[in-house]
Design a protein around this ligand. Sequence first.
Ligand code: PAF
Length: 301
Amino acid sequence: MKHIEKAADLESAVRQARQQGLRIGLVPTMGALHEGHLSLVERAMGENDVVVVSLFVNPIQFNNKEDLEKYPRTIGADLALIESLEQRLGGEGKAAMLLAFTPSVDEMYPQGEPKEVYHFGPVEEVMEGPRRPGHFSGVAVVVRRLFDLASPHRAYFGEKDYQQIAVIRSLLEQIKYPIELVACPIVRAADGLALSSRNMRLSPAARAMAPAINATLEQAAEMAEYEEVDDVKEWVLDTLASFHEVNPQPDGLRFEPEYFEVVDARTLQPIADWDEAGSDGAVGCIAVWLDGVRLIDIVKF
Ligand code: PAF
């Protein structure tokens, strides 16, 4: 693994790789790596000659200052994880060259806070969009900058941030970069909780309660066989909101669902009837507060 901090060094490494006709994969992350991120890196290693893993907590995509301050920063441990994955995959013969890119804010935004603003129309007008104003534009700014620096053939994103994938697809259509977007399945803990860097902020009691989100979504998928969309939505929200009454919790712990939407898997527009979903089917997307941490998850119907 080569550790790179300067944008110019990344550009020159990538230029050399391109001159040799090598395929480049990009895995953008905000660090605090877990098995979910590593699954993206592993997939990218299997499909490319050079893999750039970026670790950068992007300040301009946080609409909540406290969330930015509390976002876990574990660069030393992250680099060690990437290095041990590289050693394991090297042993398996998947020896893509790994570049770990950890720029500072000034390195990413040398002209100061970027002024550019992106709009994505209907895909950003639902769910996370109205609740996190400016978030997706901030994501697009940093992802485009990473595309410019890493010049990848493929870019890898996890499906936990389902709406983010739709936004990046739209970004690629707008900027017309010939980059293949690779959407990768969620990696879950053994108890079903979707892996997320934010999970490490949960207290032990909240961590023990959190798998109920996925369990509820799995039951919702079964209900979808015979219940209407609105009934499934109501059941999911009620089940989580009343979870602490049925299963008394210490310290007043409770789920506070922010939304649960059933949407077309491609357009992300809410559907009122299962038949309204297009050929990609329907997806349920949820955001829930627990123990001061905002957790998101999805279920495919
Ligand atoms: O999904 C994330 O971790 C971030 O939104 C991303 C894509 C790395 C951009 O900062």
